[in-house]
Design a binder for this molecule. Structure first.
Ligand code: DGT
Ligand code: CA
Ligand code: CA
Ligand code: ZN
Length: 559
């Protein structure tokens, strides 16, 4: 369809929907829907139709024809703009919910004052909708489900959710011959959909997928798409002979693929999923793995985490790629909570967990007692904790560092006094309250924490919670340059719900010579394994071993 026709149809439909939401005359509304339908089916573009030609079309009268022309000329329909401004802005968004139409929205709004998805969800969960004519417990439940589905569709997955989904999909690949590609393989902090390259027999996998998929979107010998838990999965089948180019293509990113294809072209070669065609020789080379593709093109192997067309391709051609930090380089976790505050593990359990993970040290960084965080430690309890840590360190090879995660208060001062902080081995300072401050205030607040001589690390520097809370407003450029000046490390909080700092800031920090520190913020055993997510982000930020604080051996850690 023509872009313009699609836009015009969408705007006419929205005009009808808004009229219906506001409770206007039904005949007028139907006219807009009908006109939208007509235009969306039209073979020729409306751009160059005059009023006479438009009114010849079925269902389009003078009034609507003028609106079409107005849209083509100005990119807007005045009446629609006015209508949009006259109703609460959240009403239209409710149209995105499965099974909720303009008529329902009209009733919800006028009879219950519901103006957006959040209010609707709350009313459904509090069982208030059933008071409305035509609504019952079933409909309430359907709305709760529709909101959940909408949230999943519009939000990206955490890496944890993606891993859980992959675990559910695995049985469809009994030979284990599959690789998860796409943004997941590149180590991105959030995942849109899951892409898989498989060398298994398509027929068998397709049959097995019937068991794990919620809905098969499209099934074939070359590719299959399905949904699971409202998430999308794309599978590409290939033979081992050309798995290299297939995996390279499906790992992306798109920008990376485009640049790689350009490089091949400049050599007189055509790169695609199936191989590299030498146009002069008229033959196609195939590659069983990615390494052989890179070497054929005269490049060093580019780790998936760097494949974003951010300079890595040029470095690979000049053989100057950095050596990235690996999970095995990590000698300890610099952010964990114990049962002294809101964690599940005792100090001794932390030490044993560290031994199991092969760590030399773990920083126990419980919360300080101040506004906002439950079970925080005051100076007296912190001193008691230090005693317990000393005891543990006598009998465990994994040393516990007596750390603290101290609150950065609203005015930039810290939740514990200087002498108390001086007694700690490691001080993380974090914002846990007053997220709504404006950019300049927040920036100065964090800067003053960095200037405090006792602060070693700024915890989760932007404060975002993926899918739940936006980062607070803060000037990261200034934070990064102050980190360089004061020698304060910035945390890569490895929790899959945070991943904060994210890759772009990590790269910037790295470029400014700032030290980064990876901590899981774990409150349980399982969460300690999140360190791998943090390492992925560090790699995406071009960090080597030397850029990460906790690759340092325990001896020399404080020097
Ligand atoms: P996502 O799913 O939003 O987290 O991000 P990706 O990177 O996984 O993107 P997706 O799933 O749309 O596509 C998977 C890979 O396929 C992508 O990383 C590169 C490749 N790809 C997708 N679309 C294009 C395209 O238009 N051109 C080229 N050259 N490659 C593409
Ligand atoms: Ca994807
Ligand atoms: Ca995809
Ligand atoms: Zn925290």
């Amino acid at each position: 369809m023509h872009d313009m026709n699609r836009d015009v149809a969408r705007h006419l439909r929205l005009l009808g929907e808004l009229l219906e939401i506001s409770g206007k005359e039904p005949y007028k509304i139907r006219a807009y829907y009908r006109a939208a339908d007509t235009i969306s089916r039209l073979a020729s573009p409306v751009d160059d139709m005059d009023e006479a030609r438009l009114t010849d079309l079925p269902g389009i009268g003078e009034n609507i024809a003028r609106k079409v022309i107005e849209y083509v000329k100005t990119g807007a329909i005045h009446e629609l703009t006015e209508l949009e401004e006259s109703v609460p802005s959240g009403l239209v968004g409710m149209l995105d919910l499965d099974g909720v139409g303009p008529k329902t929205i009209h009733a919800l709004w006028t009879k219950m004052g519901i103006e957006d998805i959040a209010m609707l969800e709350k009313a459904a969960k509090n069982r208030r909708l059933r008071a409305l004519h035509g609504f019952g417990p079933k409909k309430e439940e359907a709305i709760i489900q529709a909101v959940a589905g909408y949230r999943r569709k519009t939000s990206r997955m955490t890496r944890k959710e993606a891993e859980e989904l992959i675990g559910r999909i695995e049985p469809a690949f009994p030979g284990k011959n599959f690789t998860v590609a796409g943004s997941f393989r590149r180590g991105r902090s959030t995942i849109g959909d899951i892409d898989i390259v498989s060398t298994e027999a398509p027929a068998r996998t397709n049959a097995l997928l019937q068991e794990v998929a919620d809905e098969i979107i499209d099934q074939g010998e070359r590719k299959t798409s399905f949904s699971i838990g409202d998430r999308r999965v794309d599978v590409r089948f290939c033979t081992p002979a050309f798995a290299g180019t297939m995996l390279l293509y499906l790992t992306g990113s798109k920008q990376f693929n485009i640049k790689m294809r350009e490089i091949a072209l400049s050599r007189g070669e055509k790169l695609n999923e199936y191989g590299i065609e030498d146009r002069e020789e008229g033959r196609t080379y195939t590659f069983p793995d990615e390494a052989s593709v890179f070497s054929f093109l005269g490049m060093d192997y580019i780790p998936p985490e760097l494949r974003e067309d951010q300079g890595e391709i040029e470095h690979a051609r000049r053989h100057t790629l950095p050596e990235l930090v690996r999970e095995t380089d990590i000698r300890g976790d610099l952010h964990m909570h114990s049962s002294w505050s809101d964690g599940a593990l005792s100090i001794a359990e932390l030490a044993r967990l560290g031994e199991e993970r092969g760590y030399e040290y773990i920083a126990c960084t419980d919360h300080s007692a101040s506004l906002g965080v439950a079970h925080g430690l005051d100076a007296a309890r912190l001193a008691k904790q230090h005693h317990e840590i000393e005891m543990s360190n006598r009998s465990h090879s994994c040393r516990i560092l007596a750390g603290i995660e101290v609150d950065i208060l609203g005015d930039g001062s810290l939740g514990l006094s200087g002498p108390v902080l001086a007694d700690c081995d490691l001080v993380i300072a974090s914002v846990h309250s007053g997220f709504k401050q404006d950019r300049d205030v927040m920036t100065r607040r964090i800067l003053s924490a960095m200037e405090n001589e006792h602060v070693d690390i700024i915890g989760h520097p932007t404060g975002r919670l993926l899918g739940k809370r936006e980062a607070y407003l803060v000037d990261m450029e200034r934070i990064i340059s102050a980190a360089a000046d004061t020698g304060t490390a910035l945390e890569i909080n490895a929790s899959p719900y945070r991943l904060d700092l994210d890759d772009i800031y990590v790269r910037e920090a790295h470029d400014h010579g700032v030290m980064l520190s990876i901590g899981t913020d774990a409150h349980t055993r399982e969460e300690a394994a999140a360190i791998r997510f943090g390492v992925g982000i560090a790699r995406r930020g071009w960090c080597g071993k030397q850029d990460i604080l906790n690759t340092r051996p325990f001896k020399g850690f404080f020097t």
